[in-house]
Ligand binder design. Structure first.
Ligand SMILES: Nc1ncnc2c1ncn2[C@@H]1O[C@H](COP(=O)(O)OP(=O)(O)O)[C@@H](O)[C@H]1O
Ligand SMILES: [Mg+2]
Length: 378
């Protein structure tokens, strides 16, 4: 397999994380089912897995919320295997007396790292949860950011394109504001326009390439999950420029308006990744159920694209997905998850996950503050 063995999550240890004072859970090689009543800590466990792998929570920007009530600090350790080697990622957060005193420390195999992105062995993680519906029904900015993350996951060397473009854009905006205030001349725009054009075309090309990879698998997953109507995703860039010169010309056309507003109105920071059903945008016209299925199809499609390109299947965390699906779709989803890679599903009813009691499936039972390992899959 190309010399890059899968990175597997073996387990997670939590210390003062949300409802857990001290708990640990082993994660199966394939599907792991976490079950228990509402409030049992299922979502908290999924959140800890994400936090331990990425250094941030998928639900909140405020790390203080993660610290167990009454405790001062939390720590999550994720154990990994890459081939025969074992590794460990750790994220510790101390709330301190105020946010100015909060401390977050991350490490990979005991060595401090600035970001877990820098950890040499790190699993990719994908999350399906009700919060993530924003991806389908939220503003274009949410989908742009997501598409850029996909670019980074598929081609790590292209991960910087978004930030590079954003920095030039900020410089150009600052210059526009100065020109508007009479403190700089419009001639100074020349260099920035060309710089912006280069970054814009690069980002557009990467986004288009990622969407090309994704479109087919998305349609197939949507069909498999029985979405009504013909689903599609389509990248809609603002600019039609064939080269940097043409992009600069597009910028020039809009210069009077840009000067009036004091910022750039044209470029990939205004692009859209449209998710449509029978040609209409699901964002505006989809029902909640249709949006959920489309999100699921999108995340599953991305996972297969990343697995194909990187030979690494992202760990998929699915929260509250089964309750809204009918029996047939549950079956189809379970089959897809059992086909490869690691996934963890949280559910109130074990019976909602087809095959949950099979020997190949790991089972965890959550009850407030504790996790009981019921079955460990090889
Ligand atoms: N920082 C925290 N400290 C202690 N308990 C918390 C903290 N944050 C959330 N909780 C509790 O976690 C419980 C919800 O856990 P959750 O994992 O969402 O349950 P579910 O099993 O339904 O997914 C709630 O009772 C909530 O009060
Ligand atoms: Mg929950």
């Amino acid at each position: 397999m190309n010399g890059t063995p899968e990175v597997r999550v073996l387990g997670v240890q939590m210390r003062d994380f949300r409802t857990y004072a001290r708990a640990e859970a082993a994660i199966g090689a394939g599907l792991t089912v976490v079950y228990g009543p509402n409030g049992a800590g299922k979502s908290n466990l999924l959140e800890a897995l994400y936090f331990g792998c990425t250094g941030r929570s998928p639900r909140t920007r405020n790390d203080r919320e993660l610290v167990r009530f009454g405790a001062a600090a939390t720590r999550v350790v994720v154990r990994l295997a890459e081939g025969v080697d074992e590794h460990e990622l750790s994220v510790a957060f101390g709330a301190g007396a105020s946010s100015a005193h909060a401390v977050k420390r991350m490490s990979a195999d005991g060595a401090p790292v600035e970001r877990l992105l820098d950890a040499p062995t790190r699993p990719l993680v994908s999350v399906f949860s009700p919060d993530r519906l924003e991806l389908v029904k939220g503003t274009p900015a949410v989908r742009r950011a997501h598409l850029d993350q996909l670019v980074a996951a598929v081609w790590p060397a292209r991960a910087d394109a978004r930030g590079r473009y954003a920095r030039v854009l900020a410089q150009r905006n600052a210059l526009l504001a100065r020109i508007r205030a009479g403190r700089a001349s419009a001639a100074a725009l020349h260099t920035w326009d060309l710089e912006l054009a280069r970054g814009a075309l690069e980002l557009r090309a990467y986004r288009a390439a990622a969407t090309d990879l994704l479109a087919g698998p998305f349609v197939r997953r949507a069909e498999l999950l029985g979405c009504n109507g013909q689903l599609a995703i389509e990248y809609r860039p603002r600019s039609r420029a064939a080269d940097a010169g043409e992009f600069v010309a597009e910028l020039r056309e809009r210069l009077p308006g840009d000067l009036e507003r004091g910022f750039s109105s044209h470029g990939p920071h205004r692009d859209e990744l449209a998710v449509t059903c029978d040609g209409r945008e699901l964002r505006a016209y989809g029902s909640q159920g249709e949006q959920r299925l489309a999100l699921l199809a999108l995340l599953l499609a991305e996972r297969s694209v990343i697995a194909g390109k990187r030979l690494r299947t992202p760990l998929m965390l699915l929260d509250d997905v089964m309750s809204e699906l009918d029996a047939e779709r549950r079956e189809l989803l379970a089959r897809e998850l059992l086909a490869g890679g690691q996934s963890v599903i949280a559910t109130t009813e074990l019976a909602h996950v087809p095959g949950a009691t099979d020997a190949a499936v790991a089972r965890l039972r959550a009850s407030p503050g504790a996790i009981l390992q019921e079955a460990i899959a090889a």
